[in-house]
Every structure is written in C-alpha cells, then in structure tokens.
Design a protein around this ligand. Structure first.
Ligand code: ZN
Length: 412
C-alpha cells in the first residue's frame, strides 16, 4: 500500500523536519523476507529530496492517529520514536484506504492478504505531482487497459471516434472540465447525472439525437456552468434543463431544434444562449425573465408575426382553462407562501408537480390552468447582444395566467 500525498513532518522536541512537500509517497509495508505480522511492519515516507525514505516502525510505536479532517483527505500519525508528527494530505479515497489498512494491521488482522509495499525506494514516477490535465487527440493515445489518473480536473478527448462516455471518465471525482467534442457519441449515460465537480461539458460535433431527462437531475445539476451541445442532431431539449441552477453558458446551435423548452426562463444564471442554425419557429416568452448578455438565434426559420392569429386559433384548442383542480390550488398556495415541502413531507410525485411551474409574462406562476398564446415581442430588449436574421419582432410562445394577461399581451 503506497499513496501519493503532501506531507509535513514536525519534530515534537523542536522544529520542522520536512517542510510541506507536495511530492511525497507514504507506504505501509514490510521487508520481503520478514514475517507477516505487525512487528515487521513499517510506515515508509519518501519525498522528492529523500527517495530512499524514512522508515517508522508500526508495532508499539504509534502514539496516535488524528483523523478529524479525513473527509478532506487529511490525517496525522504521531510516532513515539523518533518523536515525529507526520501530517499528510491525500486524495480522500486513498487517505481512507490507507488508514483502514493501517487499522487492520495494528489489529494484526489478515496481514498476509494485505497489499503491502516492499519498502523499496520510491521511483520518480511515484513522486510526481498528481496529473490534473490530460489531452488526447489521437486514437492510439486513448487508454484502453489503464485507468485515467484519479486526480484529473481537465480531460480533453477529441477526434478519436469515441462512441460513448465511459464509466472510467464519469467516475473521476475531481473532473471539472470534460471536452469530448468531435467524436461519434450518440447517447449520454444517465450516470453522468452523478458527476459531482463538473462545471464545463463540451459535446459539440457528436451524433447526439436525444438527451435523457434524468441527466440534469443529479449532482451535475448543481455544478454545471457551461454546456456545449452544438453541432449535433438534437430535435428536442429535455425539460429538466431548468434544473441546471448555475448554468451560465448554453450552446445548442446547429442542431435540429424546432423549439426551446418553455421552462428555459427558469435558468436564472443563464447569460449566454446560442441557438443559431436550428429549425426554431418561435421562441419561449419566458426568455424575458432572464438577463442575458448574448442571445444568438441567427439562421432559424421563424414564423412571420402576421401569422400570429392563425397560430393562436390552434393554440387556443391546446390551452387548459377552467376551474383549477385542488392539486393546482394547493400548489399555487405553496408558491405564494414560499413553502418548499420535500419528499420527506409529501409524496415525491407531488414535489415534482410543485416544481413544474411555468411563469406568465406578468411574472405570475402557472400550472395546468393557463392560456397558451403566441405574442409578438421585441427580443432585442432582453439582451445586450442579439443576433437574428432581419426581423424586428419574432413570435414568442407564452403561458398566460389569466384573462387579464391575455388582454394585456395578446392585443399588442
Ligand atoms: Zn399573468
């Protein structure tokens, strides 16, 4: 057992023996010929300055192991002789694994079965700084049998004909930027929703036809800031896009989209939206609830504003007005009072329902009882930078909450 870590060694009788060294390796092992028992075990600390390393006896020589901050990968081992405190910081999983092996060893349990170090001097590669960035631009460089370094924060794999996002990539806990552009990916695995550090996901120039709505519901929904799905085959975006609460930059240009989700106006962090070169006929009116810095909808086939009345006749037949159901009245009441019940309070289907609101142009909330209507809006007002063909006003599809709002917005 050997882990890469940062280590600082202090001498309790005075001063620091080793200043913090980011290139260290901490091993638990025994000499190859020795007996498989705790009395033969040593903790072996090698640093870039001292590759031979320092060996600390384990049996009867550990005064304490401090693990209060092990959830951050930090722990300290206090030795009796020499009177050293070895403070280490490693990957959380590796730190926990090292400490659990040490605990088993101290209890003299299964030492024969343990994967122990042979106390040989550390190799240069074992003392290298954990790799945080990897760029693969050639098919032959893509690892087939080896895993990706656990420490990766930035992974770029382009032009290698990759056809799926592997679990080896999804499991990289520190990954912040993933660029798989220019490949042949058709589907994204639902497990991507569990990626916990990812802030940028680049998937342009692939063969994506659809995106499972569950992908945007896990931890990924809290971390993702940039999503590039441009130059794919997408015809529809999942409504769960609204759950990406920190999304700042969304690029869905050059797809086959006929519409954007009505709920897109709920992505309050969104600043840059590019949906150029699609088949968009109208835009969702909820975009007016956003404060965009850039909106690019150039190269779409927007319906002429003169056709509004014709469209509204069709829309009227799809609108759901009438006396609201009890569920809807209760949901509106929750929203007005700012109540946020969770699955611990009410059935999860009701939590989902509560969360399915849409916004009317007036800022009010709508559930089922709303009027779907096409309104003519000047989209130049919502963004500093706006790219569109040559039309001033384009049609927006809106969910209007009341007759008063219909009178107010439909007659413009
Ligand atoms: Zn309204």
């Amino acid at each position: 057992m050997r882990i890469n870590c940062e280590v600082q060694v202090s001498n309790r009788t005075g001063g620091i023996v080793n200043k913090k060294c980011s290139r260290s390796s901490l091993g638990l092992g025994r000499l190859p010929e020795s007996k498989a028992e705790v009395s033969s075990l040593f903790i072996h600390l090698c640093t870039i300055q001292n590759k031979q390393g320092t060996k600390y006896k384990v049996a009867g020589n550990i005064e304490g192991v401090f693990t209060k901050f092990v959830s951050e990968g930090k722990f300290t081992i206090r030795f009796k002789e020499p009177p050293h405190d070895v403070a280490a910081k490693a990957d959380v999983v590796l730190a926990k694994s090292f400490l659990s092996t040490l605990k088993m060893a101290l209890q003299n349990k299964d030492i024969k079965k343990m994967h122990l170090s042979n106390l040989a001097p550390a190799k240069q590669s074992q003392l290298e700084k954990p790799k945080t960035k990897l760029v693969i631009l050639n098919k032959k460089d893509y690892p087939i049998t080896t895993s990706f370094p656990y420490s990766l924060e930035n992974l770029r794999v382009n032009n290698v004909e990759l056809n799926r996002v592997e679990n080896r990539i999804i499991g990289l806990k520190r990954l912040k930027t993933l660029d798989l552009s220019h490949n042949v990916i058709r589907l994204l695995p639902v497990t991507m929703s569990k990626m916990q550090s990812l802030t940028e996901l680049h998937l342009s120039h692939n063969n994506l036809r659809e995106i499972d709505h569950r992908i945007f519901t896990g931890t990924l929904s809290r971390t993702l800031k940039l999503l590039d799905l441009s130059n794919n085959e997408l015809e529809l975006l999942p409504v769960t896009l609204k759950y990406l609460e920190g999304l700042v930059n969304l690029n869905v240009s050059s797809n086959k989209l006929k519409c954007l989700p009505l709920s897109i106006g709920r992505s309050q962090s969104l600043k840059f939206l590019s949906a150029s070169h699609n088949k968009l006929e109208v835009l969702p009116a909820t975009l007016f609830h956003l404060q965009l810095e850039e909106l690019d909808v150039f190269g779409n086939s927007f319906i002429a504003a003169e056709d509004r009345d014709k469209l509204n006749l069709v829309a009227a037949s799809k609108s759901r007005r009438g006396f609201p159901r009890l569920r809807e009245i209760a949901a509106m009441c929750c929203r007005r009072r700012g109540l946020r019940p969770t699955a611990a309070d009410i059935p999860s289907t009701l939590v989902d329902y509560l969360n399915s609101w849409l916004k009317c142009l007036c800022g009010g909330f709508c559930y089922e009882s709303h009027t779907l209507s096409y309104v003519s809006l000047d989209f130049r007002k919502i963004s500093h930078s706006f790219s569109i063909n040559d039309r001033d006003n384009i049609l927006a599809v809106a969910t209007l909450c009341s007759k008063r709002c219909c009178d107010r917005y439909c007659k413009r």
